[in-house]
Write a protein that binds this ligand. Sequence first.
Ligand SMILES: Cc1cc2nc3c(=O)[nH]c(=O)nc-3n(C[C@H](O)[C@H](O)[C@H](O)COP(=O)(O)OP(=O)(O)OC[C@H]3O[C@@H](n4cnc5c(N)ncnc54)[C@H](O)[C@@H]3O)c2cc1C
Length: 539
Amino acid sequence: MHKTAVIVGAGPAGLTAAYELLQRSAVRPIVFEADRQVGGISKTINYRGNRMDLGGHRFFSKSDWVMKWWQNVLPIAAGGDQGLDLAYQGRHTHVVPHTRADADADRVMLVRSRLSRIFYRRRFFDYPLKLSWATLRNLGPLYTAQVSVSYFNARLAPRTPEATLEDFLVNRFGDKLYRTFFKDYTEKVWGVPCSEISAEWGAQRIKGLSITKAIVHALTKPFRAASDTRQKGTETSLIERFLYPKFGPGQMWEEVAGRVTDGGGEVHLQHQVIELHQKNGRVESVDVRDLRTGEVRRQACDFLISTMPVKELARLLQPTDPEVLRIAGALPYRDFMTAGLLVRRMRPTGGNTAASGMPPDNWIYIQEPDVKLGRLQIFNNWSPYLVADPQTIWLGLEYFCNEGDELWSMKDTSFLEFASGELAKIGLIDREDVLDGTVVRVPKAYPAYFGEYREIGRVRAFLDNCPNVFPVGRNGMHRYNNQDHSMLAAKAAVDCIVEGHSDKSKIWLVNAEDEYHEVASSPDREPEVATSAAGAGQA
Ligand SMILES: Cc1cc2nc3c(=O)[nH]c(=O)nc-3n(C[C@H](O)[C@H](O)[C@H](O)COP(=O)(O)OP(=O)(O)OC[C@H]3O[C@@H](n4cnc5c(N)ncnc54)[C@H](O)[C@@H]3O)c2cc1C
């Protein structure tokens, strides 16, 4: 009899676990996914032929394993680019486009150049902030002098102890720059003051990045090879090229789901895991509700790999210690809403905008304090294949909110009005150019590092004592994981199953505080939503 692993969630972590189990063991994976489609937060929404990426997902990793895994599923598109040099602790790997004559031209990843800038005071600033004439002109000489003085003050007399995110940012960027580029934006994103967020958050997301490094990067840029993406060993905020599935990130996960079912696994959409049944401390079966019919069925299992939010997993496991339940139940999240807006043209903003007024950026950080808009995606620049009509511009207006708050509860039509009004207010579009729009809400997009998060160790200790339960992924571990971290955690869980033990320390080491488990001395990657200028980030 084959053993069975129930996998909760068909996001990157769940599908990686399923695929790896099929490749490396005789354990049969059965994936239950509550959503109508696979991919989790990394899914692609198709709205009338226009595809939306929730957040804009760059595919890059310091892990060779992940990079190869992705290319095994979707090779790099043939032709065009000559290849990528990936640097890793002095070692370089060259990755080339595929040359398979029989390959499907649509099932590929593209190599994309990244441009993202900051929009502030109705002007564009480089991201990461560069010591360029444009920046000085935008800020003005007096302001620049104040920023420099404040930066050197912070370096000479850093705040100790460095307890909060505010301390962390002021110590690295100076008070003036912190207030200009970090404070408002971070608070917009997280909904809480930087002084209430743990410094650990900064350490995890902004490791190794400093103004000095940003300046050095800017000065040495002309001497670096154009094809060098310098992934490993380079602060990830400075990475300039990445891989991207032709039809958005969801394409990767749809492809993987297909391989899982072809390989004998199961993927059940619109099936929510609602109950866990235990015997002698082991989960023996799960109850699953078919969300289309309401029917509940029981599925026996030998292992449970969970990517559901830690708070839900803990509740379903019914810990005897009420503190574990309280801490898990109070873990904070930040939620996220996107207005997909199809526009005829944009207002020209100068520089190298297209004839349609479309800026060249993949995304733009909106730092303007007079709007709630956090970030603007220009999907055409992620992949032209995301857009049904190339004559139109397909935008994603991203808002950070809390489930149930005023924004979240707005009717879709009102939210679209509001969002397009904000974009017009900051001068990027004229409202009459809006052709169509849709709204997507993403609950628990960001597991947050404040409040009860400080006590998460107790929840982890409890989960570590459930021998056949493996929490992996982003919300599954309440960890600020990108796709690659989620995948590596899933791989580590499969390692435990294949090796026949339940020591989960390797899972928790992935994307741990001070070191990326493969590259102990290397900093972490760029934030999905930067708090700004020199690359301090979040999301
Ligand atoms: C704005 C933004 C930008 C990002 N940018 C990048 C980027 O550039 N590069 C990158 O690599 N990563 C990026 N990420 C991170 C990436 O989206 C996540 O790391 C990844 O999707 C996490 O995968 P996961 O499988 O751990 O979790 P998820 O994607 O959250 O998937 C979990 C799945 O479990 C399902 N589920 C939950 N509970 C149940 C239940 N009880 N029963 C059944 N199903 C359930 C959910 O419906 C969901 O589909 C970004 C994220 C955000 C929010």
